[in-house]
Design a protein around this ligand. Structure first.
Ligand SMILES: [Zn+2]
Length: 425
Protein backbone atom coordinates (compact mmCIF):
# COMPACT_ATOMS: atom_id res chain seq x y z
CA UNK A 1 0.00 0.00 0.00
CA UNK A 2 1.48 3.33 -1.04
CA UNK A 3 1.60 6.29 1.33
CA UNK A 4 -1.19 7.98 -0.65
CA UNK A 5 -3.45 4.92 -0.57
CA UNK A 6 -2.91 4.61 3.17
CA UNK A 7 -3.81 8.28 3.67
CA UNK A 8 -6.95 7.82 1.59
CA UNK A 9 -7.89 4.74 3.62
CA UNK A 10 -7.50 6.69 6.89
CA UNK A 11 -9.77 9.49 5.68
CA UNK A 12 -12.20 6.98 4.25
CA UNK A 13 -12.51 5.29 7.66
CA UNK A 14 -12.81 8.62 9.40
CA UNK A 15 -15.64 9.89 7.20
CA UNK A 16 -17.33 6.52 7.17
CA UNK A 17 -17.37 5.67 10.86
CA UNK A 18 -16.00 8.47 13.01
CA UNK A 19 -17.73 11.60 11.80
CA UNK A 20 -21.26 10.37 11.15
CA UNK A 21 -23.17 12.73 13.37
CA UNK A 22 -26.74 12.02 14.40
CA UNK A 23 -26.95 14.81 16.95
CA UNK A 24 -26.85 18.43 15.77
CA UNK A 25 -25.40 19.59 19.10
CA UNK A 26 -22.49 17.15 18.83
CA UNK A 27 -21.85 18.15 15.22
CA UNK A 28 -21.73 21.83 16.16
CA UNK A 29 -19.40 21.12 19.07
CA UNK A 30 -17.11 19.22 16.70
CA UNK A 31 -17.18 22.13 14.22
CA UNK A 32 -16.32 24.69 16.91
CA UNK A 33 -13.30 22.62 17.93
CA UNK A 34 -12.15 22.22 14.32
CA UNK A 35 -12.59 25.93 13.61
CA UNK A 36 -10.60 26.97 16.69
CA UNK A 37 -7.76 24.70 15.61
CA UNK A 38 -7.92 25.92 12.05
CA UNK A 39 -7.84 29.60 13.04
CA UNK A 40 -4.76 28.89 15.20
CA UNK A 41 -3.08 27.40 12.14
CA UNK A 42 -4.11 30.31 9.89
CA UNK A 43 -2.84 32.98 12.28
CA UNK A 44 0.52 31.26 12.18
CA UNK A 45 0.80 30.24 8.51
CA UNK A 46 -1.05 32.74 6.33
CA UNK A 47 0.28 36.31 5.98
CA UNK A 48 -3.29 37.63 5.63
CA UNK A 49 -4.63 35.94 8.76
CA UNK A 50 -1.38 36.65 10.56
CA UNK A 51 -2.08 40.36 10.15
CA UNK A 52 -5.80 40.07 11.01
CA UNK A 53 -5.22 37.84 14.08
CA UNK A 54 -8.83 36.57 14.20
CA UNK A 55 -10.06 34.97 17.43
CA UNK A 56 -13.40 34.01 15.90
CA UNK A 57 -14.73 33.37 12.44
CA UNK A 58 -17.22 36.24 12.42
CA UNK A 59 -14.38 38.76 12.85
CA UNK A 60 -13.18 37.92 9.34
CA UNK A 61 -14.41 39.55 6.13
CA UNK A 62 -16.36 37.49 3.61
CA UNK A 63 -14.46 36.41 0.53
CA UNK A 64 -15.51 35.60 -2.97
CA UNK A 65 -13.66 34.59 -6.10
CA UNK A 66 -12.61 38.16 -6.91
CA UNK A 67 -11.23 39.04 -3.46
CA UNK A 68 -9.60 35.64 -3.14
CA UNK A 69 -7.79 36.05 -6.43
CA UNK A 70 -6.82 39.64 -5.64
CA UNK A 71 -5.26 38.71 -2.31
CA UNK A 72 -4.04 35.27 -3.35
CA UNK A 73 -0.32 35.56 -2.49
CA UNK A 74 -1.09 36.83 1.01
CA UNK A 75 -3.78 34.27 1.64
CA UNK A 76 -2.02 31.01 0.80
CA UNK A 77 0.21 29.16 3.24
CA UNK A 78 2.60 27.81 0.59
CA UNK A 79 5.10 29.89 -1.37
CA UNK A 80 3.11 30.00 -4.59
CA UNK A 81 2.74 33.05 -6.80
CA UNK A 82 -0.67 33.61 -8.35
CA UNK A 83 0.40 34.65 -11.85
CA UNK A 84 2.94 31.87 -12.14
CA UNK A 85 0.41 29.24 -10.99
CA UNK A 86 -2.27 30.61 -13.31
CA UNK A 87 0.07 30.42 -16.31
CA UNK A 88 0.95 26.80 -15.46
CA UNK A 89 -2.71 25.82 -15.01
CA UNK A 90 -3.79 27.39 -18.29
CA UNK A 91 -0.96 25.68 -20.18
CA UNK A 92 -1.95 22.32 -18.65
CA UNK A 93 -5.59 22.83 -19.55
CA UNK A 94 -4.74 23.75 -23.14
CA UNK A 95 -2.72 20.58 -23.57
CA UNK A 96 -5.46 18.64 -21.71
CA UNK A 97 -2.72 16.96 -19.70
CA UNK A 98 -3.91 18.43 -16.38
CA UNK A 99 -0.70 17.82 -14.53
CA UNK A 100 0.16 21.32 -13.40
CA UNK A 101 1.71 21.39 -10.00
CA UNK A 102 3.85 23.71 -7.97
CA UNK A 103 5.47 23.12 -4.57
CA UNK A 104 3.75 19.74 -4.33
CA UNK A 105 0.33 21.29 -4.87
CA UNK A 106 -1.83 20.48 -7.84
CA UNK A 107 -3.43 23.50 -9.45
CA UNK A 108 -7.06 23.56 -10.48
CA UNK A 109 -8.98 26.25 -12.34
CA UNK A 110 -12.60 27.03 -11.69
CA UNK A 111 -14.82 27.86 -14.62
CA UNK A 112 -15.67 31.43 -15.38
CA UNK A 113 -15.19 33.89 -18.16
CA UNK A 114 -11.54 34.69 -18.75
CA UNK A 115 -10.32 37.13 -16.18
CA UNK A 116 -12.85 35.73 -13.70
CA UNK A 117 -11.32 32.32 -13.29
CA UNK A 118 -10.44 31.06 -9.87
CA UNK A 119 -7.23 29.28 -9.00
CA UNK A 120 -7.28 26.44 -6.48
CA UNK A 121 -4.37 24.62 -4.90
CA UNK A 122 -4.49 21.22 -3.24
CA UNK A 123 -1.58 19.54 -1.52
CA UNK A 124 -1.00 15.78 -1.65
CA UNK A 125 -2.48 15.24 1.76
CA UNK A 126 -5.47 17.44 0.95
CA UNK A 127 -6.07 15.38 -2.17
CA UNK A 128 -5.96 12.18 -0.13
CA UNK A 129 -8.43 13.61 2.41
CA UNK A 130 -10.71 14.69 -0.38
CA UNK A 131 -10.58 11.29 -2.10
CA UNK A 132 -11.15 9.36 1.15
CA UNK A 133 -14.13 11.53 2.10
CA UNK A 134 -15.73 11.36 -1.35
CA UNK A 135 -15.35 7.59 -1.48
CA UNK A 136 -16.78 7.14 2.02
CA UNK A 137 -19.81 9.27 1.22
CA UNK A 138 -20.55 7.84 -2.20
CA UNK A 139 -19.64 4.16 -2.23
CA UNK A 140 -21.55 1.60 -0.21
CA UNK A 141 -18.59 -0.74 -0.61
CA UNK A 142 -15.29 -0.29 -2.38
CA UNK A 143 -14.29 -3.65 -3.76
CA UNK A 144 -15.21 -4.38 -7.33
CA UNK A 145 -16.44 -0.89 -8.16
CA UNK A 146 -15.82 0.44 -11.65
CA UNK A 147 -16.36 4.14 -11.82
CA UNK A 148 -16.76 6.25 -14.93
CA UNK A 149 -16.15 9.95 -14.33
CA UNK A 150 -17.27 12.39 -17.00
CA UNK A 151 -15.73 15.75 -16.25
CA UNK A 152 -15.16 18.93 -18.14
CA UNK A 153 -11.56 19.19 -17.08
CA UNK A 154 -9.48 16.51 -15.53
CA UNK A 155 -7.22 17.08 -12.62
CA UNK A 156 -4.79 15.20 -10.48
CA UNK A 157 -7.50 15.12 -7.85
CA UNK A 158 -9.17 12.33 -9.72
CA UNK A 159 -6.03 10.38 -10.60
CA UNK A 160 -5.31 10.02 -6.92
CA UNK A 161 -8.02 7.47 -6.50
CA UNK A 162 -7.03 4.76 -8.96
CA UNK A 163 -6.09 1.56 -7.15
CA UNK A 164 -6.51 -2.19 -7.40
CA UNK A 165 -9.70 -2.25 -5.37
CA UNK A 166 -11.48 0.49 -7.25
CA UNK A 167 -11.16 1.22 -10.93
CA UNK A 168 -11.61 4.79 -12.07
CA UNK A 169 -11.74 5.94 -15.61
CA UNK A 170 -11.84 9.53 -16.63
CA UNK A 171 -13.77 10.68 -19.69
CA UNK A 172 -13.12 14.16 -20.99
CA UNK A 173 -16.44 15.85 -21.76
CA UNK A 174 -14.63 18.06 -24.20
CA UNK A 175 -15.13 15.17 -26.64
CA UNK A 176 -18.51 14.22 -28.08
CA UNK A 177 -20.60 11.53 -26.37
CA UNK A 178 -20.18 9.18 -29.37
CA UNK A 179 -16.41 9.13 -28.94
CA UNK A 180 -16.80 7.61 -25.48
CA UNK A 181 -19.32 4.84 -26.13
CA UNK A 182 -16.89 1.99 -26.92
CA UNK A 183 -14.59 2.60 -23.95
CA UNK A 184 -17.53 3.14 -21.64
CA UNK A 185 -19.19 -0.14 -22.66
CA UNK A 186 -15.84 -1.89 -22.13
CA UNK A 187 -15.56 -0.48 -18.60
CA UNK A 188 -19.19 -1.40 -17.87
CA UNK A 189 -19.29 0.98 -14.89
CA UNK A 190 -21.08 0.16 -11.65
CA UNK A 191 -21.11 3.88 -10.93
CA UNK A 192 -21.54 6.64 -13.46
CA UNK A 193 -20.69 10.25 -12.61
CA UNK A 194 -21.16 13.27 -14.85
CA UNK A 195 -22.93 16.56 -15.50
CA UNK A 196 -26.62 16.03 -16.32
CA UNK A 197 -26.20 17.42 -19.85
CA UNK A 198 -23.64 14.69 -20.62
CA UNK A 199 -25.59 11.98 -18.79
CA UNK A 200 -28.58 12.90 -20.97
CA UNK A 201 -26.55 12.05 -24.07
CA UNK A 202 -25.50 8.71 -22.58
CA UNK A 203 -29.06 7.90 -21.49
CA UNK A 204 -30.28 8.60 -25.03
CA UNK A 205 -27.59 6.29 -26.46
CA UNK A 206 -28.71 3.60 -24.01
CA UNK A 207 -32.37 4.00 -24.96
CA UNK A 208 -31.44 3.67 -28.65
CA UNK A 209 -29.54 0.46 -27.91
CA UNK A 210 -26.18 2.01 -28.82
CA UNK A 211 -24.78 1.69 -25.30
CA UNK A 212 -25.17 -1.35 -23.08
CA UNK A 213 -24.34 -0.46 -19.50
CA UNK A 214 -26.29 -0.94 -16.29
CA UNK A 215 -24.84 1.32 -13.59
CA UNK A 216 -26.13 0.72 -10.07
CA UNK A 217 -25.75 4.35 -9.14
CA UNK A 218 -25.81 7.46 -11.27
CA UNK A 219 -24.37 10.70 -9.88
CA UNK A 220 -25.10 14.17 -11.20
CA UNK A 221 -22.29 16.70 -10.69
CA UNK A 222 -21.20 20.18 -11.78
CA UNK A 223 -24.55 21.37 -13.16
CA UNK A 224 -27.96 21.88 -11.64
CA UNK A 225 -30.09 18.76 -11.86
CA UNK A 226 -33.49 20.02 -13.03
CA UNK A 227 -36.70 18.00 -12.56
CA UNK A 228 -36.89 17.38 -16.33
CA UNK A 229 -33.34 16.00 -16.51
CA UNK A 230 -33.85 13.90 -13.41
CA UNK A 231 -36.96 12.34 -14.87
CA UNK A 232 -35.19 11.53 -18.18
CA UNK A 233 -32.14 10.11 -16.44
CA UNK A 234 -34.11 7.85 -14.11
CA UNK A 235 -35.98 6.40 -17.06
CA UNK A 236 -32.92 6.29 -19.31
CA UNK A 237 -30.73 4.35 -16.89
CA UNK A 238 -33.52 2.41 -15.18
CA UNK A 239 -32.59 3.59 -11.68
CA UNK A 240 -34.90 4.62 -8.84
CA UNK A 241 -33.08 7.85 -8.07
CA UNK A 242 -30.35 10.09 -9.39
CA UNK A 243 -27.72 10.89 -6.78
CA UNK A 244 -25.95 14.22 -6.56
CA UNK A 245 -22.50 15.36 -5.55
CA UNK A 246 -22.17 19.03 -4.71
CA UNK A 247 -18.52 19.45 -5.50
CA UNK A 248 -16.53 22.26 -6.99
CA UNK A 249 -12.98 23.51 -6.99
CA UNK A 250 -13.82 25.23 -3.74
CA UNK A 251 -14.41 21.87 -2.04
CA UNK A 252 -16.57 18.80 -1.50
CA UNK A 253 -19.66 20.48 -0.13
CA UNK A 254 -22.38 17.88 -0.13
CA UNK A 255 -23.84 14.69 -1.50
CA UNK A 256 -26.99 12.62 -1.36
CA UNK A 257 -27.63 9.97 1.29
CA UNK A 258 -29.22 6.60 0.53
CA UNK A 259 -32.64 8.30 0.57
CA UNK A 260 -31.60 10.64 -2.21
CA UNK A 261 -31.53 13.69 0.07
CA UNK A 262 -28.69 16.12 -0.47
CA UNK A 263 -26.82 16.80 2.80
CA UNK A 264 -24.10 19.40 3.34
CA UNK A 265 -20.77 17.83 4.38
CA UNK A 266 -20.66 19.69 7.64
CA UNK A 267 -17.96 17.44 9.07
CA UNK A 268 -15.59 19.07 6.57
CA UNK A 269 -17.07 22.51 5.98
CA UNK A 270 -18.80 25.03 8.19
CA UNK A 271 -21.65 26.72 6.34
CA UNK A 272 -23.13 30.09 7.24
CA UNK A 273 -26.40 30.90 5.54
CA UNK A 274 -27.17 34.20 3.89
CA UNK A 275 -30.94 33.85 3.55
CA UNK A 276 -32.79 35.15 0.49
CA UNK A 277 -36.13 34.04 1.85
CA UNK A 278 -37.29 31.54 4.44
CA UNK A 279 -35.83 28.47 2.74
CA UNK A 280 -33.42 29.81 0.12
CA UNK A 281 -29.90 30.82 1.07
CA UNK A 282 -26.45 31.50 -0.33
CA UNK A 283 -23.82 29.43 1.51
CA UNK A 284 -20.77 31.12 2.99
CA UNK A 285 -18.29 28.31 3.41
CA UNK A 286 -15.33 27.70 5.69
CA UNK A 287 -13.43 24.53 4.95
CA UNK A 288 -11.53 23.62 8.10
CA UNK A 289 -9.42 21.02 6.33
CA UNK A 290 -8.04 23.11 3.47
CA UNK A 291 -4.68 24.48 4.52
CA UNK A 292 -2.58 25.31 1.45
CA UNK A 293 -5.23 27.70 0.13
CA UNK A 294 -7.61 28.56 2.96
CA UNK A 295 -11.29 28.71 2.07
CA UNK A 296 -12.61 30.95 4.84
CA UNK A 297 -16.03 32.63 4.84
CA UNK A 298 -16.11 32.11 1.10
CA UNK A 299 -19.33 33.13 -0.61
CA UNK A 300 -20.20 30.42 -3.11
CA UNK A 301 -22.74 32.32 -5.20
CA UNK A 302 -25.05 29.29 -5.38
CA UNK A 303 -28.63 29.37 -4.21
CA UNK A 304 -29.55 26.38 -2.02
CA UNK A 305 -33.00 25.44 -0.78
CA UNK A 306 -33.50 23.92 2.67
CA UNK A 307 -35.56 20.77 2.95
CA UNK A 308 -38.67 21.20 5.04
CA UNK A 309 -39.05 17.77 6.63
CA UNK A 310 -36.09 16.05 8.32
CA UNK A 311 -34.47 13.29 6.26
CA UNK A 312 -35.37 9.76 7.37
CA UNK A 313 -31.66 8.77 7.32
CA UNK A 314 -31.21 10.53 10.67
CA UNK A 315 -28.08 12.46 9.71
CA UNK A 316 -27.52 15.69 11.65
CA UNK A 317 -26.04 17.37 8.58
CA UNK A 318 -28.24 20.02 6.97
CA UNK A 319 -30.67 18.50 4.46
CA UNK A 320 -31.36 20.35 1.22
CA UNK A 321 -34.34 20.20 -1.05
CA UNK A 322 -32.15 21.07 -4.03
CA UNK A 323 -29.38 23.21 -5.46
CA UNK A 324 -31.15 25.84 -7.42
CA UNK A 325 -28.48 27.51 -9.49
CA UNK A 326 -26.26 30.56 -9.42
CA UNK A 327 -27.25 33.65 -7.51
CA UNK A 328 -26.57 35.65 -10.72
CA UNK A 329 -29.08 33.52 -12.59
CA UNK A 330 -32.10 34.48 -10.52
CA UNK A 331 -34.29 36.20 -13.13
CA UNK A 332 -35.12 39.81 -12.29
CA UNK A 333 -38.38 41.40 -13.39
CA UNK A 334 -40.47 44.31 -12.17
CA UNK A 335 -44.18 44.77 -11.49
CA UNK A 336 -46.06 47.61 -13.22
CA UNK A 337 -45.59 49.71 -10.04
CA UNK A 338 -41.81 49.19 -10.32
CA UNK A 339 -41.44 46.75 -7.44
CA UNK A 340 -38.67 44.21 -8.25
CA UNK A 341 -39.67 40.56 -8.62
CA UNK A 342 -36.97 37.89 -8.39
CA UNK A 343 -38.00 34.70 -10.19
CA UNK A 344 -35.98 31.73 -8.95
CA UNK A 345 -34.50 29.27 -11.41
CA UNK A 346 -36.21 26.24 -9.90
CA UNK A 347 -39.64 27.79 -10.51
CA UNK A 348 -38.73 28.23 -14.16
CA UNK A 349 -37.45 24.62 -14.33
CA UNK A 350 -40.67 23.42 -12.79
CA UNK A 351 -42.76 25.36 -15.30
CA UNK A 352 -40.70 23.80 -18.11
CA UNK A 353 -41.32 20.33 -16.68
CA UNK A 354 -45.10 21.01 -16.73
CA UNK A 355 -45.03 21.84 -20.44
CA UNK A 356 -45.52 18.69 -22.49
CA UNK A 357 -43.05 17.02 -24.84
CA UNK A 358 -40.09 19.24 -23.97
CA UNK A 359 -36.83 17.30 -24.30
CA UNK A 360 -34.25 20.02 -23.85
CA UNK A 361 -34.46 23.72 -23.09
CA UNK A 362 -32.61 26.83 -22.10
CA UNK A 363 -34.31 29.92 -20.72
CA UNK A 364 -32.26 33.12 -20.89
CA UNK A 365 -33.33 36.51 -19.63
CA UNK A 366 -31.99 38.85 -22.30
CA UNK A 367 -33.43 42.15 -21.07
CA UNK A 368 -35.52 43.80 -18.34
CA UNK A 369 -38.68 42.23 -19.75
CA UNK A 370 -37.56 39.73 -22.35
CA UNK A 371 -36.83 36.02 -22.37
CA UNK A 372 -35.26 33.84 -25.02
CA UNK A 373 -36.23 30.18 -24.85
CA UNK A 374 -34.26 27.51 -26.72
CA UNK A 375 -36.45 24.44 -27.29
CA UNK A 376 -36.01 20.89 -28.50
CA UNK A 377 -38.21 19.89 -30.21
CA UNK A 378 -39.24 23.23 -31.62
CA UNK A 379 -42.79 22.73 -32.82
CA UNK A 380 -45.64 25.29 -32.73
CA UNK A 381 -47.49 23.18 -30.12
CA UNK A 382 -44.52 22.86 -27.75
CA UNK A 383 -43.64 26.53 -28.19
CA UNK A 384 -47.21 27.59 -27.39
CA UNK A 385 -47.35 25.28 -24.37
CA UNK A 386 -44.03 26.55 -22.97
CA UNK A 387 -44.93 30.20 -23.52
CA UNK A 388 -48.23 29.64 -21.70
CA UNK A 389 -46.48 27.96 -18.73
CA UNK A 390 -43.90 30.75 -18.44
CA UNK A 391 -46.50 33.51 -18.77
CA UNK A 392 -48.60 31.78 -16.12
CA UNK A 393 -45.62 31.61 -13.76
CA UNK A 394 -44.76 35.29 -14.28
CA UNK A 395 -48.35 36.45 -13.99
CA UNK A 396 -48.65 34.64 -10.66
CA UNK A 397 -45.78 36.89 -9.45
CA UNK A 398 -47.50 40.02 -10.74
CA UNK A 399 -45.38 40.34 -13.88
CA UNK A 400 -47.22 40.86 -17.18
CA UNK A 401 -45.92 42.07 -20.47
CA UNK A 402 -42.82 39.95 -20.99
CA UNK A 403 -41.61 39.23 -24.53
CA UNK A 404 -40.86 35.54 -25.07
CA UNK A 405 -38.74 34.72 -28.06
CA UNK A 406 -38.70 31.01 -28.91
CA UNK A 407 -35.73 29.59 -30.83
CA UNK A 408 -34.25 26.18 -31.53
CA UNK A 409 -32.21 24.59 -28.69
CA UNK A 410 -28.50 24.52 -29.52
CA UNK A 411 -26.31 22.43 -27.22
CA UNK A 412 -22.81 23.72 -26.51
CA UNK A 413 -20.64 20.90 -25.12
CA UNK A 414 -17.72 23.26 -24.52
CA UNK A 415 -19.41 25.01 -21.62
CA UNK A 416 -21.27 24.11 -18.49
CA UNK A 417 -24.99 23.90 -19.18
CA UNK A 418 -27.13 26.45 -17.35
CA UNK A 419 -30.76 25.78 -18.22
CA UNK A 420 -31.85 29.04 -16.63
CA UNK A 421 -29.60 32.02 -17.03
CA UNK A 422 -29.70 35.77 -16.66
CA UNK A 423 -27.49 37.68 -19.05
CA UNK A 424 -25.96 40.67 -17.43
CA UNK A 425 -26.63 43.81 -19.45
ZN1 LIG B 1 -30.51 11.73 4.49
Amino acid sequence: MSADTLRIAVWYARARWLTRFRSRARLERYQRRQLRRHLRFLRRASPLFGSLQPRALYELPEQDKATMMAGFNDLVTVPVDRDEAMALAIAAERSRAFDASVHGCSIGLSTGTSGHRGLFLASRSERAQWAGTVLARTLPRLRGQRIALFLRAGSQLYDTVASRTVRFEFFDTFLQVDDHLARLAELDPTILVGPPSVLRGLADARILGRLRIAPQKVYSVAEVLTPLDEQHLRAGFGVALIHQIYQCTEGFLGCTCEHGTLHLNEDVVHVERDHLDERRFVPVVTDFRRRSQPIVRYRMGDVLVLREAPCPCGSAMTALERIEGREDDVLQFARPDGRPVPVYADLVSRAMAYAEHVRQYRVVQTGASSLRVGLDPLTPEVAADVSAELRGLLRAQGVDDVTIDVVSYEPDPTRKLRRVERMNP
